[in-house]
Design a binder for this molecule. Structure first.
Ligand code: HEC
Length: 112
């Protein structure tokens, strides 16, 4: 069985980096900063970011399963979202990106 590869996920994150930073305390771009986003409530990772009503209405937390659905097709998961991204069609790509997001959450995911 293939194990999710966070290093490969980091390379894939290049497609997200046009709109998202990942470093601790880094600013928002078109999209919110994503440091330590895993296991946070949806639409909360960057308190100063103006999330759409569409994303806030989604609710729940960013479990791996929720993140997998979101990254596959954000505009279907939350119609009206400002995240204009066609999605990652390949489940292995999504697993690697999620591993990368997890690797940027260690030690902080439980602090709030
Ligand atoms: C074209 C710009 C763009 C690209 C590319 C993009 N995003 Fe986004 N993303 C956004 C915007 C804008 C939002 C805020 C959406 C809203 O409020 O409706 C967002 C929101 C998010 C959120 C929710 C954060 C929270 O606090 O709940 C996550 C997670 C996310 N994006 C992950 C990714 C990942 C991972 C990628 C790459 C695979 C990616 N995005 C690619 C623009 C983008």
């Amino acid at each position: 069985m293939r194990v999710a590869d966070s290093r490969r996920g980091g390379r894939l994150f290049g497609r997200c980096a046009a709109c998202h930073t990942i470093g601790p305390g880094a600013g928002d771009r078109n999209g919110p900063n994503l440091f330590a986003v895993m296991n946070k409530p949806v639409a909360s990772n960057s308190p100063r970011y103006g999330y759409t009503a569409a994303l806030r209405a989604l609710g729940g937390t960013w479990t791996p399963e929720a993140m997998d659905r979101w990254l596959a097709d954000p505009m279907t998961v939350a119609p009206g979202t400002r995240m204009r991204f066609e999605g990652l069609a390949d489940p292995l790509d999504r697993a690697d990106v999620i591993a990368y997001l997890h690797s940027h959450s260690a030690g902080t995911a439980s602090t709030r």
